[in-house]
Design a binder for this molecule. Sequence first.
Ligand SMILES: C[S@@+](CC[C@H](N)C(=O)[O-])C[C@H]1O[C@@H](n2cnc3c(N)ncnc32)[C@H](O)[C@@H]1O
Length: 229
Amino acid sequence: MTESTPTPNQIIDEMQTYYGLRAEVYDVSMGYDNTEVVEHHAEVIAELRRIATGRSVLELACGPCFWTQQIADVAEHITATDFNDTTLAEARKKSLPWERVTLQQADAYDPGIIPGYFDLVLAVDWFAHVPKSRIGHFLAGIASRVPAGSHMVFIDQTPGEKAFTGVIDDEGNHFQERVLDGDRKFRVIKHFFSDEEYHSCLGSHVRDLRIRRFPSCRRILVHGITKEI
Ligand SMILES: C[S@@+](CC[C@H](N)C(=O)[O-])C[C@H]1O[C@@H](n2cnc3c(N)ncnc32)[C@H](O)[C@@H]1O
């Protein structure tokens, strides 16, 4: 680890701060307001809708709820949670079926305190940010929060041309830099896991792991069923 590489606690704090400040512009910065960009996501959205149909969903790190909105009409209920109130404030502006969607501030590393029954845990653009040393704790938290046999879905990005920075810490976390307001710099962890790495991370918590890539939107969808613990 170099002198400037943060500890896992420091980078978790830094990412929370960064995404909290980015909340207002997040959807636009992702192209989620652009019909063409959203159309490129059609296949991954269709797969997610298939899995979420009729399920009680605990969504972690929901941000302004773009993905929540994609499944809100097919899920039984969604509790969409995020660490930052700023992202939830953006979500509240959306037209969602509020009788079936609950927003709640919650830390994804502490899902035990989130009330409700769930049989699907979903997180989009989140798993890639979890420090490697916290992945076991994070997955154990989810696995103990839902009944065995529940669904677990992570959607993340696959790497673009300039994705790899070469900045990697002692525990193997890959870092990228993000800039807000032209000059405020933040570091984020961004993993681009191989299938083997997903199997090795998730294997003790889920069975029937399926990994699908969607090149038209550079997305990967990882789906498993929680094991008995
Ligand atoms: C890359 S954004 C993804 C947002 C949303 N899932 C989406 O795809 O539109 C990451 C999100 O994680 C949230 N976040 C960061 N740290 C968190 C934590 N410890 N617990 C829950 N959410 C967290 C941020 O506020 C941000 O909304």
